[in-house]
Design a binder for this molecule. Structure first.
Ligand code: BYC
Length: 343
């Protein structure tokens, strides 16, 4: 949105109405809302909620796959997996930065994650039991993420939309690597094929739950869609994902674990069986197979990383204001420590 009119809130009721009208007009015209623009408090709160949950999911999402880095079956697979897990960390950082543009600091968001006041995606509370799970996560979990996130590149809030463009490019690579990994297993020995099938059997239904509750139970969808934060409903995106996956599963030589999957000529879509929403709600309440493990590992990583944050802050403070970068007065040590820690 370009109008400077919207940049400040005078507190005057007439001006307030004008701001609201300009905001609504900008959303209706598919313009982007930018950080300095006026926006309703509820729009800001909705964005912070969704972006924080999204950022937390990226960070927690590193754990199930990182579980397999030391046991990857070849150097090539290991290098790919390490790159992917690092990408997820990067996605989290873009999203925390985008949330900061709304006036909410990363510390506050992380605190809410660690204390259970903010959610992360249900999918990351399931265990990665075999190497094939890395493939199933890439194909199904990243596939679901792309289906959900490509429309977010057109989100009405500029910084979120721009972060999503880059994230989606990287997610496409992640999805391809998962598909390729599963294809190799599916075409491998009988045991490898069985391992791939078992992973798909376990990840299919939780992947469908990633899209959120059914539309009639989705508390936020209608408002988020009116504001063009979300462009499609949860059920629309879930259906799109099923339609994409069915032919891909066939090409992989694997079966989706749903006896009710049937092409519906009239609808032009695949019908699928009922989702066990009681499982979804149990996972959201903290009772999934890995909820406790995920959050305690996250808290531990945060505590153990305190010295890195302190070193980076000390380095920044030392060099702030003089514009000279490394002063050669010992700052190099702090920088070295920071680089080592990041590596
Ligand atoms: N898990 O009114 P609704 C990824 C919550 S991919 C947990 O429909 P909304 C990655 C929801 O937050 C995963 N909670 O909500 C991939 C709300 O609770 P609160 C992350 C869920 O926001 C590969 C309540 O249920 N992607 O990161 O309109 C590798 C009611 O739901 C879930 C994103 O976050 C769930 N599955 O729609 C590594 C994408 N579903 O807040 C990483 C951006 C719903 O009222 N987010 N809830 O307490 C979105 O598109 C939307 O937030 C959702 C939910 C579609 C997820």
């Amino acid at each position: 949105m370009t109008s400077t009119l919207l940049e400040e809130d005078s507190g005057d009721a007439g001006a307030q109405e004008e701001f609201e009208a300009a905001f609504e007009a900008a959303v209706a015209a598919d313009e982007r809302i930018e950080p300095r623009d006026w926006m309703p408090d509820a729009y800001r709160a909705t964005l912070v909620r969704q972006m924080a949950q999204h950022a937390h999911s990226e960070i927690i999402g590193m754990q199930p796959e990182a579980n397999w880095i030391t046991r990857a079956p070849s150097l090539r697979r290991k290098a790919i997996l390490m790159a992917k897990v690092q990408d997820e960390a990067g996605h989290g950082l873009y999203l925390y930065s985008a949330a900061e543009t709304l006036g909410t600091g990363r510390d506050e968001l992380l605190d809410k994650l660690h204390s259970g006041r903010q959610k992360y995606s249900s999918i990351f509370n399931y265990p990665t039991l075999t190497w094939a799970d890395v493939g199933a996560i890439g194909w199904l979990v990243d596939g679901a993420a792309i289906t959900n996130q490509v429309p977010l590149c057109r989100c009405s809030y500029g910084p979120y939309a721009r972060a999503m463009v880059r994230i989606c490019k990287e997610e496409s690579f992640h999805q391809r690597q998962g598909y390729e990994l599963l294809l190799a297993l599916s075409r491998g020995t009988e045991a490898q094929h069985a391992m791939a099938q078992d992973a798909v059997d376990r990840w299919w239904w939780p992947s469908l739950m990633m899209f959120g509750p059914p539309d009639e139970e989705s508390a936020h969808s209608s408002r988020s869609m009116a504001w063009k934060i979300k462009r499609h409903s949860n059920d629309e995106l879930r259906q799109r994902f099923v339609d994409i996956c069915v032919p891909q599963a066939e090409a992989l030589g694997l079966t989706l674990p749903d006896p009710e999957l049937r092409w519906n000529e009239e609808r032009g879509h695949w019908d699928f069986g009922p989702i066990d929403w009681s499982e979804f709600h149990a996972v959201l309440k903290g009772n999934g197979p890995c909820n406790e493990q995920r959050i305690s590992q996250r808290r531990r990583a945060h505590e153990e990383g305190a010295w890195v944050r302190e070193a980076a802050a000390a380095y920044a403070a030392k060099h702030s204001g003089d514009g000279r970068g490394d002063s050669g007065d010992g700052g190099g040590d702090a920088e070295g420590a920071r680089k080592e820690a990041v590596a």
